[in-house]
Design a protein around this ligand. Structure first.
Ligand SMILES: Nc1ncnc2c1ncn2[C@@H]1O[C@H](COP(=O)(O)OP(=O)(O)OP(=O)(O)O)[C@@H](O)[C@H]1O
Ligand SMILES: [Mg+2]
Length: 197
């Protein structure tokens, strides 16, 4: 399976999503994470050398891809229409992370418009969802569902342990000494299960 993680807005959790989906998929079959963003965040995350899967840039991907069952592609924010078309045509599923704030939601709806003309399946993923009493996550989900757009059942909660994982160069499930690491991992594990069923 080839999955690309895309968004028009920066900082909505693309790299975090790509990395944790790769962590989940690797538990099922050999998985390659392709860092398609020139900021090379995923490669930087991998540089500590403790990720359970291989990470390469998009140029090396051609050489490695055939040895892996699953490819997860991290992409830059703000792709041009042509670039988006190329990304979409090269994958089985587009995952669209969106935080529940108005700016990110607006950018996601623009991306959905841009994708309507293409045939690739896409699914929205609510990320960086703040804890209650905030209701923004619930409201964002309701408006996405009312618009009839496909969305993962699982939300990704806003948890500081995700930032710790990035600093430590590991996935969130192996961060030590943080009681939220299991809860954080469950969010992405459930998304992985929704994809692979
Ligand atoms: N669920 C979360 N809870 C808390 N912090 C998060 C979460 N997801 C991502 N972050 C943090 O938010 C920041 C942006 O996340 P990330 O780098 O994954 O986004 P991105 O969409 O790839 O950004 P860019 O567009 O710059 O590539 C990072 O500091 C990351 O650690
Ligand atoms: Mg990124």
């Amino acid at each position: 399976m080839i999955i690309s993680v895309v968004s028009f807005k920066g900082g909505v959790g693309k790299t975090t999503t790509a990395l944790h989906l790769a962590t989940y998929f690797q538990t099922k079959a050999p998985t390659l994470l392709i860092d398609g963003d020139l900021n090379r965040s995923a490669l930087q995350w991998a540089s500590a050398g403790t990720l359970p899967f291989k990470v390469v840039d998009e140029k090396s991907a051609v050489k490695f891809a055939r040895s892996f069952d699953h490819l997860i592609v991290d992409t830059p924010a703000r792709p041009q229409q042509e670039e988006l078309k190329t990304i979409a045509e090269g994958c089985d599923l587009l995952v669209l992370p969106t935080s529940p704030d108005a700016l990110a939601m607006g950018a996601t709806l623009q991306m959905v418009d841009a994708l309507q003309a293409l045939k690739t399946d896409f699914k929205l993923l609510l990320t960086l969802v703040p804890p209650s009493p905030s209701k923004v996550g619930i409201e964002a989900r309701a408006s996405i569902e009312n618009a009839g757009l496909p969305i993962f059942k699982s939300n990704i909660r806003r948890l500081a342990v995700f930032q710790k994982a990035a600093l430590e160069g590991c996935p969130v499930n192996v961060v030590k000494g943080d009681s939220y690491s299991g809860i954080a991992w469950k969010c992405y594990e459930q998304v992985g299960k929704e994809i692979l069923k």
